[in-house]
Design a binder for this molecule. Structure first.
Ligand code: GLN
Length: 494
């Protein structure tokens, strides 16, 4: 047991009690990173020196009796958040040499609250993916393995570096982003918690944009409470992002203890998809029974447009991505490949800088936005998006929250689902509807499958009602009493 085995809440409280210093816990995390990152590849950049400077500063503040919500707590930062003076790659070659001259609002908020940054975590290129296999910096290894089988598994994606780092106890918490499931699916695959808050809860300023109408930042932690603590610091109105909501940030941590007595929990029948494994179905039923035992009422609800959500997402997200990624032209940011004229410079830079999945999305996005096809694809997708939101709005007239599985499978092996992009896209079937509707969604570890891999349950809530989401998530967490260590930390060689 080292200090990096502590939960974020325990670390915060221990620092406040002066049981140990920020330098102690930061050093333990950096040692764990040095020992395990060569196996996991969870970090693209480790900022050890800077972390120790920040820790020393936090220690001076703690010694002077100062308090701040995260004073001295070490965190890992997804490499999609711009960090001033620290390379930010977005998992792409095209941003390989990019050192932002500014700090994203979310990371600035965490620094304001006293956090220490250990480094930048690996991710699918521009957050496009569900396995971390599209990173230009190599795949991330999931610290979990199946019983009796040492095949390397993916950590999920796109925030796979953050989820692997938190699960392997390299950091007590990490930032992440979720456009179609990138916080919740990797949280489920790695046996940790993660929440995508309501669209607008966290500022998007300084986060490398993928699909601006869907992107949201959120935390990953080993407990629901840890996520609540982090989100309170990350969230808040920001005049620099016109879509950030001017709504007060409630006490999320207190909400974790509220319980579910008297709550109405919706069970959407459309999430019972044909291909769902019986083990995931069983885990879902367990989760629902735990909530009923704690005083909630279960209500059958219907979200009839769920079946269109994935197709709609894979039009809207690439459309926005193709526009957002137009700025990577070799002139303003990162990589430049010269050509005989400007046009050739653009082409050479983009050909050398973007990987296959990113190119596929740019092609799809450009196609669905082109003059002849805009009405047939993009406009129809926008109409469906309104219907998906209406389904949720109607359901939330009857229930306080919804509970579903997070992902249709447990973590899969590297190389699996790689032949056909649509097979990979199916991972997002349960997570994308929340992005299309802008509502909050949390994944909480609920148990293990027969191979010993973690499975997550998803709690969806009303817009800006993360408090109920945390209350329901914490209730599932209490009943599940999920305490198994990932194989790597339980002494199994990867
Ligand atoms: N897996 C989804 C995609 O590839 C979602 C990614 C995300 O949420 N950033 O687009």
């Amino acid at each position: 047991m080292t200090l990096c085995d502590l939960s974020l809440a325990e670390a915060r409280d221990g620092l406040r009690r002066r049981d140990f210093t920020s330098t102690d816990i930061t050093t333990d995390c950096l040692d764990a990173i040095a020992a395990l990152n060569p196996k996991l590849n969870a970090f693209v950049t480790v900022t050890a020196e800077r972390a120790l400077e920040q820790a020393a500063q936090a220690d001076r503040r703690l010694a002077a009796g100062e308090t701040a919500p995260l004073l001295g707590v070490p965190l890992a930062i997804k490499d999609l958040f711009c960090t001033e003076g620290v390379r930010t790659t977005a998992g792409s070659r095209i941003l390989g040499p990019f050192v932002p001259p500014y700090e994203s609002t979310v990371t600035a908020n965490l620094l304001r609250d006293g956090a220490v940054f250990l480094g930048k975590t690996n991710m699918d290129e521009f957050a496009m993916g569900s396995s971390n296999m599209t990173s230009a910096y190599g795949p991330v290894v999931n610290p979990w393995t199946r019983h009796g089988d040492n095949a390397q598994l993916v950590p999920g994606g796109s925030s796979g570096g953050s989820s692997a780092a938190v699960a392997a106890r390299l950091a007590p918490g990490a930032t992440a982003t979720d456009t179609g499931g990138s916080i919740r699916q990797p949280a489920s695959f790695c046996g940790i918690a993660g929440i995508k808050p309501t669209y607008g809860r966290c500022s998007r300023w300084g986060i490398v944009a993928f699909a601006s109408s869907l992107d949201q930042a959120g935390p990953m932690g080993r407990t629901v409470r840890d996520c609540a603590i982090m989100l309170a610091s990350m969230a808040g109105h920001d005049p620099k992002d016109s879509t950030s909501a001017d709504i007060p940030v409630p006490d999320f941590e207190a909400a974790c203890g509220r319980g579910v007595k008297g709550l109405r929990i919706g069970v959407p029948r459309e999430y019972r998809s044909d291909g769902m494994s019986p083990e995931i179905e069983a885990m879902w039923q367990h989760g629902l029974a735990w909530l009923r035992e704690q005083g909630a009422t279960l209500v059958d609800v219907s979200l009839p447009h769920t079946k269109y959500a994935l197709a709609t997402y894979y039009i809207v997200a690439p459309a926005e991505a193709s526009s957002n990624l137009a700025r990577y032209d070799g002139v303003r940011f990162g990589l430049r490949q010269d050509g005989s004229d400007l046009q050739e410079l653009y082409e050479n830079t983009r050909a050398a800088g973007f990987g296959a999945e990113v190119r596929r999305r740019v092609l799809i996005g450009t196609y669905v936005l082109s003059a002849g096809y805009y009405d047939a694809y993009y406009l129809r997708a926008q109409k469906l998006r309104a219907l998906i939101l209406r389904d949720f709005t109607e359901a939330f007239e009857k229930v306080d929250a919804l509970v579903t599985p997070t992902a249709p499978t447990a973590a899969f092996a590297m190389g699996e689902k790689m032949d056909d992009p649509v097979t990979m896209y199916l991972n997002d079937v349960f997570t994308v509807p929340a992005n299309m509707a802008g509502i909050p969604g949390l994944s909480v570890p609920a148990g293990l499958d027969s191979a010993g891999l973690p499975l997550g349950l998803q709690v969806l809530g009303k817009p800006f009602d993360e408090e109920t989401v945390f209350a329901v998530g914490a209730a599932i967490e209490r009943a599940a009493a999920f305490a198994t260590l990932p194989s790597l930390r339980a002494g199994v060689a990867l």
